[in-house]
Design a binder for this molecule. Structure first.
Ligand code: 2AM
Ligand code: CA
Ligand code: CA
Ligand code: CA
Length: 273
């Protein structure tokens, strides 16, 4: 079994365990603020994935949202970047619309990405250079779109803050419509699937974007931060993902005019990297 197939098999097993536990009472704790939740299932799922990876590949490095690999500073060898449950608020409130996200890199180069929608049993996956799939179905390359006929995904919280409202409201105003799904990993998968045209957000961690980025890039999506720079799996960043013409339109016409403000936001938010 390749590392890619192994990654899908442990994501499926972890998903099965989550589904079995859905009727059990959750233990919910808060993290950085009252709306930043973590459950016993986030922790148990990360522990399961880390144990499986370590058992099969003891020399691989692992970064996970719930505490593994926080001190990793090198991308030498294989690096797994995992989010055991992406969309924890959806998990807690809806028992759906959450995903297991896994990005795997080899010597800093992307190797494979997996986003597993646990409740719908939909496995979005890609090995770098081999195309992207939803379960067994190959996903077609993205069609180019213009903002005026595009659907944009964005967390509406960004429209409630003065400094981001100024940047983002004109994008939403011009777009055909907007959506918010509450799982960054699924947002990337939905861009790859072509059911939304762009996903825009100002702050994601490597475990939120690594798996989805690798999948979306396989169908021709352009994935950068909002300054137009490449993302890397060791650092948090802002996100702009879209088909290439829409990415160019949003970056050049809507974000470039705010370049100085965006640069200082990036310096402030991501200064400890
Ligand atoms: P999580 O559910 O794994 O925490 C919700 O808009 C999306 O943003 C989810 O993918 C969520 O991941 C992520 N998210 C939630 N809180 C965040 C925070 N404080 N910083 C960055 N990403 C966050
Ligand atoms: Ca979280
Ligand atoms: Ca996440
Ligand atoms: Ca998470």
């Amino acid at each position: 079994m390749s590392i890619y197939e192994f990654a899908m098999s442990i994501a499926r097993l972890a998903g099965e365990k989550i589904r079995e536990q859905l009727s059990h009472e959750l233990v919910i704790e808060t993290k950085s603020n009252p709306n930043d939740l973590v459950t016993n299932m986030d922790k148990a799922t990360e522990a399961f994935l880390v144990a499986e990876i370590t058992k099969h590949y003891p020399d691989h490095q692992i970064i996970g949202e719930e505490g593994h690999g926080k001190t990793i500073t090198s991308t030498d060898g294989y690096l797994w970047v995992i989010d055991p449950i992406d969309g924890t608020l959806n998990f807690v409130h809806q028992q759906q619309n959450f995903a297991i996200s896994i990005g795997i890199f080899h010597n800093g180069e992307k190797y494979a990405g997996i986003v597993y929608d646990v409740i719908d049993d939909k496995m979005y996956h890609a090995q770098a250079g081999q195309g992207a799939y939803l379960n067994d179905r190959p996903l077609p390359m993205l069609k180019e779109t213009q903002l005026a006929t595009s659907i944009i995904s964005m967390n509406p919280n960004w429209l409630t803050k003065d400094y981001t409202y100024e940047m983002y409201a004109p994008i939403i105003r011009t777009a055909r419509s907007a959506r918010s799904y509450g799982s960054a990993a699924l947002d990337f998968a939905y861009v790859a699937l072509g059911i939304i045209d762009s996903y825009i957000t100002l702050r994601l961690h490597p475990w939120d974007f690594s798996g989805g980025m690798i999948i979306a890039e396989e169908v021709g999506a352009v994935v950068t931060n909002q300054l137009g720079d490449k993302l890397d799996p060791l650092h948090s960043n802002s996100i702009l993902v879209a088909n290439s013409s829409l990415h160019k339109e949003i970056l050049e016409q809507y974000l470039e005019p705010h370049h100085t403000a965006l640069e200082s936001i990036h310096k402030g938010t991501f200064s400890n990297r």
